[in-house]
Design a protein around this ligand. Structure first.
Ligand SMILES: Cc1cc2nc3c(=O)[nH]c(=O)nc-3n(C[C@H](O)[C@H](O)[C@H](O)COP(=O)(O)OP(=O)(O)OC[C@H]3O[C@@H](n4cnc5c(N)ncnc54)[C@H](O)[C@@H]3O)c2cc1C
Length: 721
């Protein structure tokens, strides 16, 4: 039983067309003056971005705090960390070029035209601004980015990649997100697709597609979401019907909201669109029978669907592999240009598949697991979307309140305590997010490439569990906190923040999606509460090791004391989840409701512990640096003093009150979740009961471990000594 054929869908109709987006609406004010030659205003202050601050931060973080050199020679890619630092410094020029065109989408958003294929079916083709695609004959951003080697920055050297480890490619991702988040999303997903092929694809698929994607001649798109299935992928309808050998098949269905699944930055010599779709689909056998797992759920498979069929040498072929003269576009049709809120230099379309030839990546039925290779890569990058955009806003906001706006005490806005509060909030969230992502990036690299001689199997398994619990936390925490920080940055700039010319308005819009895609944040929080509690001991053990070192430094008490209390609260929260999980397991519907209502607040408590510890580690190293040298240059002295002030602010003025609030909300909220004007159908309990059971078993283990920590080693007062 194959899914509805895509031909049943009616897109596109003329109503969906945006051939010529509202004339002039996207143009800046000086180009909207009647009868005059447009003249940009002469203003020095118009949205600026410099990657220098981030380069300094990463030098400190990776070299001094996380001791990245210790992985040298042990983990693939860390062969010469000085070379890795040179690469991220080399990226600075690219980041500046990216930022130069990041607003072109505001003025000239993605356009589309309707075309018909040979069967007379209508579809669309979308066009990025020329400065990105190069469609005006110039060197577009994508060409420059690819020619400098960045398209394959974390790809395997054997297939044309730069082999840059995550700790360093993360630094580049952050700069990319500051410079031009729209274009970055295209590259982020493309490199995720390459990673999935690298990790799960056959040798043939690797040889055929990796050099093409790593060189930027093709890009990759991640294809999961359907009109009725975004968060609930297991119920999707798109289906791949396998060929007799089970290695390839034909895809039927309709997917929506796809980033960069259709664009003109990689056009082939006959106008074909060189894009690879990585599609998640139900699986049917050659007779059309849906394959099910032992619980009766559809088996999902990951399918590589090229938008143009090629043989291994790059010749055009048809679906049977026979050479043809013209490109075979594989029955993939872009079906609708989605009119999104931001990320304007990048396209988002729906796609219809009408028997599109696809190649199975990994094992049949392992689709969701294999798609997680892309999703985990993307979740790290989306977390850094929050950090990168917040950093852009911070740079502009700090300059504005200290130099541009002459008002208030001493003629500067920065002298108001409320503005200082906003600056510290931004600095703390950015610094914490960056630090957590870099540390998780290093762990990620170690799990993938660790030399088994230097790690026991048990250590490697623990590291994997740490990565498993931290990856959703990175995505959730960095996007939640930085997005809220961006709002503070805009507020500090007042009206200038709201006007497009300062760039904050676009940043505000571009960052918002990060809390929605790659797993909507509330759904991620539910996922952690339900399925990741079994790995919570890996998180707590890591915090425990860090706190032991920090508590040993007698100079850190003003930062660690509130942090220790916060860890205590997190312990209580974990106990609460355990008890609630036990009640939920026994079928108590109130408990099921409470468990779900608590998830996001539990996540807040967990993230703040992680963030506070990361900032405290930075502060601890900064204190050492200040102690070591009495003759530091003023700039370095200020840099280290900022680390200490930020950690002190976060531990005392952010974590302490927020932990109290979230703990209260976590345990109380569910009691008041009533909508008297609606009859609420309570969540079907099976999944939650399953989740609660897993959670409960894991929590017993985690609690025992944590209790050991608090009682055995530190006394019951929760103070780490
Ligand atoms: C700009 C943009 C780019 C995108 N790019 C891609 C792409 O490249 N490829 C791709 O496949 N998809 C893409 N998506 C889709 C994106 O991943 C989904 O929109 C996202 O996963 C949410 O799914 P949904 O929109 O169906 O929301 P829904 O699943 O309908 O959710 C709506 C709301 O309900 C909440 N909710 C749902 N279930 C639960 C639950 N169990 N518990 C608590 N809350 C819940 C969610 O948090 C959300 O707030 C993109 C979306 C956008 C907007």
């Amino acid at each position: 039983m194959i899914a509805k054929p895509a031909t049943e869908f009616t897109y596109p109709t003329q109503d969906d067309v945006r051939l010529n987006p509202v004339p002039d609406a996207g143009k800046p004010w000086w180009e909207r003056v009647e009868g005059e030659t447009p003249q940009p205003p002469k203003t020095e202050s118009w949205r600026k971005y410099s990657p220098d601050a981030q380069l300094k931060e990463y030098e400190f973080l990776l070299r001094d705090v996380l001791k990245v050199d210790s992985l040298e020679g042990k983990v693939k890619g860390y062969d010469s960390t000085s070379g890795n630092f040179a690469e991220i410094n080399r990226f600075a020029g690219m980041a500046t070029a990216m930022h130069d065109v990041s607003h072109d989408g505001d003025r000239d958003p993605v356009r589309m035209r309707i075309v018909s294929n040979e069967e007379g079916q209508r579809h669309i083709e979308t066009f990025l601004p020329p400065s990105i695609s190069g469609s005006d004959g110039g060197v577009g951003l994508h060409q420059r980015f690819s020619e400098e080697g960045w398209a394959g920055m974390s790809g395997d050297h054997k297939y044309g990649g730069l082999d840059l480890p995550h700790a360093f490619s993360g630094a580049i991702s952050e700069m990319m997100m500051s410079a031009n988040p729209g274009y970055t999303v295209l590259e982020m997903l493309s490199s995720g697709v390459a990673k999935a092929i690298e990790a799960k694809g056959s040798d043939e698929l690797k040889a055929q597609w990796l050099p093409r994607i790593n060189s930027g001649k093709f890009t990759g798109a991640m294809v999961m979401t359907e009109p009725n299935y975004g968060s609930s992928l297991i119920d999707m309808e798109t289906t791949v019907q396998l060929d007799a050998d089970g290695k390839a098949g034909k895809v039927y269905g309709y997917k929506r909201f796809l980033s960069s699944a259709d664009h003109n930055a990689t056009i082939g010599k006959n106008g074909e669109r060189n894009i690879v779709h990585m599609v998640l689909a139900r699986t049917a056998d050659a007779d059309g029978n849906l394959l099910k797992d032992d619980k009766g759920r559809a088996k999902l498979s990951l399918v590589l669907v090229p938008r143009v069929l090629l043989d291994k040498d790059g010749n055009y072929v048809d679906e049977n592999g026979n050479r043809v003269d013209k490109p075979d576009t594989n029955h993939v049709r872009a079906a609708k240009l989605n009119d999104k809120m931001g990320l304007e230099v990048q396209s988002n379309t729906d796609a219809a598949y009408d028997g599109s030839k696809g190649f199975i990546v990994g094992e049949v039925g392992d689709g969701l697991k294999n798609m997680f290779v892309i999703m985990n890569e993307a979740r790290m990058a989306v977390g850094l979307q929050g950090v990168g955009i917040a950093e852009l806003v911070r740079q502009n906001m700090e300059r504005y309140v200290a130099e541009e706006r002459k008002q208030g005490v001493g003629g500067q806005l920065v002298n108001y305590p409320d503005i200082q509060d906003k600056i510290l909030t931004m600095r703390a969230h950015i610094d914490a997010g960056r630090s957590i992502a870099a540390e998780v990036g290093m762990a990620f690299d170690q799990t993938m490439h660790a030399d088994t001689d230097s790690m026991t199997t048990r250590q490697k398994a623990d590291l994997q569990r740490y990565v498993d619990v931290m990856t959703p936390l990175v995505k959730w925490g960095l996007t939640e906190k930085c997005d809220r920080a961006i709002d503070q940055g805009l507020q500090a700039m007042g009206g200038a923040g709201y006007m497009r010319e300062w760039g904050i308005a676009q940043a505000y819009i571009d960052s918002r999606i990060a809390r929605i895609y790659e797993g909507s944040n509330p759904v991620l929080a539910m996922g952690v509460a339900t399925f990741q509690l079994k790995n919570m001991d890996a998180f707590l053990n890591k915090i425990r090791r860090d706190m032991t070192t920090l508590n040993a430094d007698g100079d850190m008490a003003d930062i660690t004391t509130p942090l220790n209390t916060a860890i205590n609260t997190f312990q209580s929260a974990t106990d609460w989840m355990q008890v609630t999980g036990l009640r939920a397991k026994s079928g108590d519907e109130v408990a099921i409701q409470e468990f779900q209502a608590a998830a996001s607040h539990y996540m807040e408590l967990m993230y703040e512990v992680a963030a506070g510890t990361a900032l405290a580690k930075n502060a601890c190293v900064a204190k050492q640096k200040l102690r070591e040298s009495a003759t530091l240059p003023a700039e370095d002295k200020a840099f280290y003093e900022n680390k200490i002030a930020t950690a002190r602010y976060y531990s005392n003025a952010v974590i302490a009150p927020e932990h109290a609030m979230h703990y209260a909300k976590m345990t109380l909220n569910a009691r008041y979740l009533e909508l008297p004007d609606r009859e609420i159908e309570r969540t079907e309990p099976t999944l939650m009961q399953q989740g609660a059971k897993t959670a409960t078993l894991a929590l017993v283990k985690a609690t025992r471990l944590v209790s050991g920590f608090w009682q055995g080693e530190n006394g019951r007062d929760g103070q780490c000594r």
